[in-house]
Design a protein around this ligand. Structure first.
Ligand code: DGJ
Length: 730
């Protein structure tokens, strides 16, 4: 196991517990992709590349018409010397040409996994957890060195890839495309899975056939976006939750991305992923380097469920950082849907008192506590307390909440500025903009130019001052509009297209600084809900507000789709009031509770308006959640019924030692002549005897998994059921 290298043949075999990834240098020059899939003990080249003369496929070697880059499966393909498929990179030279030619130079291998400078990435805590192979390619004419990094987490069956460009020549290199990974598959017998959405309707799973040509998801919005996610998976036909081959790619990046699949003329399939080349370029001066973000690649032949669990474990254990990585997360109440902007200290205290009585652990004061903000038209950037709403200040309010026995958390939207703000009045040019053109507003606000150091410094100071001024233990970091008028007055004309990526680098630096300065604060990221729910943000902030849509039935799909890549512990999920504010639906408090309890539970409603009975239900929910919280937040997650396929959803959680499990079932609409349904649990120990905690009935793990539980016919819409099992010790 590990990274095995045949020096003579320059053959590199990355061998995980269950996976193999093989590549080789051919003709002393080209790095060829040979295999990725189920583990093989030793690669001896049974799947030889058949070289033949193909019409329209050009030949870099004048003496060999059978060799063409157009048909060669490659690791990091270029444009210009015969490969007409999607290139992994493209560079413009001083003479205007974009033809480059990377050749193999050498390799380096070492234990562990280095950090990526300025970028989030998965990590190791012990150098024996992973091995890293760097393959160094070179274009001698340009003095360009490109280092392809591959890290193998042997035990996890994960390979990560990233690329570093170094300009060791004497001319400026204008990089037009710098993708993080490219993989060539030798057939097209796959279906493509991607995640699509919109505000309030994030992470819909779309599965489709792949066809000749390019199929792509991307973002040019300046954020990973709710519209498309930086994730794709190729699956064999017939792959489902429990079986079948999956090749998955997820980019650890929060800005503009591209994720594409191209089927070529001979039915080969190329997957490419990285920073979106659209409206991007980067001027690499002599002596400079450029680092791409990381792609996390997962292969399994055990279906989508296994793929998700591999991502979940890696992201919970080796992407997420800080004090809260391994800690159960507090049950919070957020005042947004309870009050919106219309609150004062008394109102907040009333809600907080009720919250304490039902067992909530953290009160989060949302938007509207600063400047003179009464609606979305003002004050972003003025991070000083609103004296009218909170005349005794934040410290007083935070202390009142703390005296009740709860922690206190606060909302910020640090990346934005309102035109009606002191910040804008003093620095009208601190936003992204193009001189002489009018600004384009989004939610009445502008995007601060985080590519500029002085802007970042100002925000770090403003946010830090508030955080040090009061006993705050949680921050909700929001971001509510996408980038327009993308330009920075701090950059030269030839660097304007660097702005969006420089912004993300600035944001990462700001988050690194603030989270390091305040290690005891739990940070939750948010972008009008799940608009920037990505692996890049999870590196700095271990949880994300999954969606502004708090309707339990909508959430079935949103949370199910999000779980494809991200673990339940990262998903903020709140019980809100009915009729639901986003879709108007009325669902029971039980169903709202079981949906929210499937993630990181919180409440977002005016508790003072609940009846005594309702408060009692909430209290019981919280008692239950506190008991199952370690299981939900640190257990393994199994999807059972897919809400995208029909009228129901189900999933279950199993503790690592398989001694505990919890399962939830949701039926959307009641049906006439409904079929009898059975829910079969997953991931239990087949030989354990489990006891239903509520009814005390005993069942074998094999029985619960193979035979399952028959569900009653329920004549009602939006119904939920919940079971809890514990290993029975005789
Ligand atoms: C968008 C967030 O998703 C909401 O939860 C809330 O914080 C608002 N912003 C506040 O403006």
């Amino acid at each position: 196991m590990g990274i095995n290298i045949d020096e003579e043949q320059l053959l590199f075999h990355l061998q995980g517990k269950k996976t193999s990834y093989v590549m080789q240098v051919t003709r002393d020059a080209y790095l060829v992709h040979l295999y990725w899939g189920k583990r093989v003990h030793t690669y001896r080249g049974s799947n030889k590349i058949i070289f033949m003369d193909r019409v329209f496929s050009p030949n870099p070697d004048p003496l060999d018409r059978t060799f063409s880059l157009d048909t060669l499966p490659q690791e990091y393909p270029a444009y210009g010397r015969g490969d007409f498929r999607v290139p992994a990179y493209e560079i413009q030279l001083d003479n205007g040409s974009t033809v480059t030619d990377l050749r193999y130079k050498k390799y380096r291998m070492y234990k562990g996994k280095p950090k990526l400078k300025g970028l989030p990435s998965t990590y190791v805590e012990d150098e024996n957890e992973a091995e890293t192979l760097e393959i160094i390619m070179e274009d001698k004419l340009l003095g360009l060195t490109v280092t392809l990094s591959y890290s193998l987490y042997e035990d996890r069956d994960v390979i990560t890839r990233s690329v570093q460009f170094a300009n060791r020549g004497s001319q400026n290199l204008k990089m037009l495309r710098t993708l993080s990974a490219s993989v060539d598959f030798r057939d097209d017998e796959y279906e493509l899975i991607t995640l699509h959405g919109a505000h309030g309707n994030e992470k819909n799973i779309v599965r489709r056939e792949i066809v000749p040509g390019i199929q792509m998801v991307d973002s040019c919005r300046g954020a990973s976006s709710p519209q498309q996610a930086p994730f794709l998976a190729l699956v064999r036909k017939g792959t489902d939750e429990d079986q079948g081959e999956v090749y998955a790619f997820n980019l650890v990046y929060s800005g503009n991305f591209t994720a594409q699949v191209q089927v070529d003329q001979y039915r080969n399939t190329r997957v490419s992923m990285g920073i979106n080349p659209f409206d991007f370029s980067w001027l690499l001066e002599p002596g400079e380097t450029f680092q791409t973000p990381e792609v996390v690649m997962v292969y399994t032949d055990k279906g989508l469920g296994d793929m998700s669990r591999i991502y979940h474990e890696l992201y919970s254990e080796r992407l997420s950082r800080g004090l809260f990585r391994d800690k159960v997360r507090p049950i919070l109440i957020n005042n947004w849907e309870a009050t919106y902007f219309d609150f004062n200290a008394e109102k907040i205290e009333q809600i907080a008192k009720e919250a304490k009585q039902v067992g909530v652990e953290l009160f989060v004061l949302d938007d509207g506590w600063f400047g003179k903000r009464d609606d979305s038209s003002s004050s972003l950037g003025d991070w000083v307390v609103n004296q009218r709403k909170l005349p005794n200040g934040l410290v007083d309010l935070a202390n009142r909440v703390r005296n009740l026995g709860m922690e206190f958390g606060l909302w910020f939207e640090p990346e934005m500025v309102s035109i009606d703000s002191d910040l804008y009045r003093s620095h009208p040019d601190w936003c992204l903009h193009v001189p002489d053109r009018p600004y384009t507003l989004g939610r009445n606000q502008l995007v601060l130019d985080f590519s500029r150091q002085e802007v970042c410094d100002y925000i770090v100071k403003g946010v830090s001052d508030i955080l040090s001024s009061a006993p705050i233990t949680y921050v909700k970091w929001d971001m509510n509009r996408h980038m327009t008028d993308v330009g920075s007055i701090a950059l030269q004309p030839e660097r304007q297209r660097e702005t969006a990526h420089r912004y993300i680098l600035g944001l990462y630096k700001v988050m690194e600084e603030i989270t390091t300065k305040f290690p005891d604060i739990l940070f939750e990221s948010c972008s009008s809900g799940g608009g920037r729910f990505d692996a890049g943000m999870l590196y700095y902030m271990p949880q994300t507000w999954t969606s502004d849509n708090t309707d339990a039935i909508s959430r079935l799909k949103i949370q199910y789709g999000t779980s494809l890549v991200y673990p339940p512990i990262t998903m903020g999920a709140h019980v809100s009031s009915v009729p639901n504010h986003q879709v108007g639906r009325i669902t029971s408090l039980e169903t709202r509770g079981y949906v929210a309890m499937s993630g990181n539970l919180g409440y977002e409603l005016d508790l003072t308006k609940l009846t005594l009975e309702e408060k009692e239900v909430v209290k019981q929910q919280i008692v239950l959640y506190k008991e199952i919280r370690p299981l939900i937040q640190f257990g393994r997650f199994y999807r059972i019924f897919n809400p995208f396929d029909g009228n129901e959803a189900a999933w279950n959680f199993v503790s690592e030692d398989q001694s505990e499990a919890a399962a939830s079932y949701f039926k959307v609409l009641s049906e006439p002549a409904a079929p009898l349904r059975t829910i079969k649990l997953k991931g239990l120990h087949p030989d354990y005897l489990y006891q239903n905690v509520e009814t005390e009935e005993l069942y074998g793990g094999d029985e619960l998994m193979n035979i399952g539980i028959t569900l009653p016919i329920i004549k009602q819409d939006f119904v939920s059921m919940f079971w809890r099992f514990k290993k029975y010790r005789m």
